[in-house]
Design a binder for this molecule. Structure first.
Ligand code: RB5
Length: 148
């Protein structure tokens, strides 16, 4: 599993612990910044990670900002991206099993580091159900995207 990770200044403090955790799980991690607490703009990293997923340079993306929300809004502008801002255990599981999300967005101001690490595990330990009803809905999104 190859994972691209990105964070803005708010998410930066969680980036390295998440990288370390992903590496412990034997994942290959590509760090796409930011690399300091200096104020920056989350869309930069959302687009970088989104494009890496879109172009199949990695399998999955992880993005961290204050809430995960700005990152998800921006990453979802990249074609083929299903980025989910996750703040609960249930959502971490459901977004993989139902939505087959390909980017996990996390918030440093909404959840503790322990919670976020747990979301990472739940997300990567859950399989997409690949059931007909969920597949149909994901296909509806892709078809809409093609029409734009
Ligand atoms: C940065 O202050 C903050 O707005 C950003 O990290 C994020 O929470 C946006 O959604």
């Amino acid at each position: 599993m190859k994972v691209a990770i990105g964070a803005d200044h708010a998410g930066f403090i969680y980036k390295q612990p998440i990288i370390d955790h992903l590496k412990l799980r034997q994942f290959e991690v590509v760090d796409m910044g930011t690399n300091s607490l200096e104020s920056t703009d989350y869309p930069i990293y959302a687009f970088k990670v989104g494009e890496a997923v879109r172009d199949h340079l990695v399998d999955v993306g992880v993005l961290i900002c204050g809430t995960g929300i700005g990152m998800s809004i921006a990453a979802n502008k990249v074609k083929g991206i299903r980025a989910a801002a996750i703040q609960s255990d249930f959502a971490a599981t459901a977004t993989k099993s139902h939505n087959n999300a390909n980017i996990l967005c996390l918030g440093s101001r909404t959840n503790s580091l322990d919670e976020v690490i747990h979301f990472v595990d739940l997300f990567f330990d859950t399989e997409n159900e690949n059931g007909k009803r969920h597949l149909k809905r994901i296909q509806m999104i892709s078809e809409y995207e093609e029409k734009k």
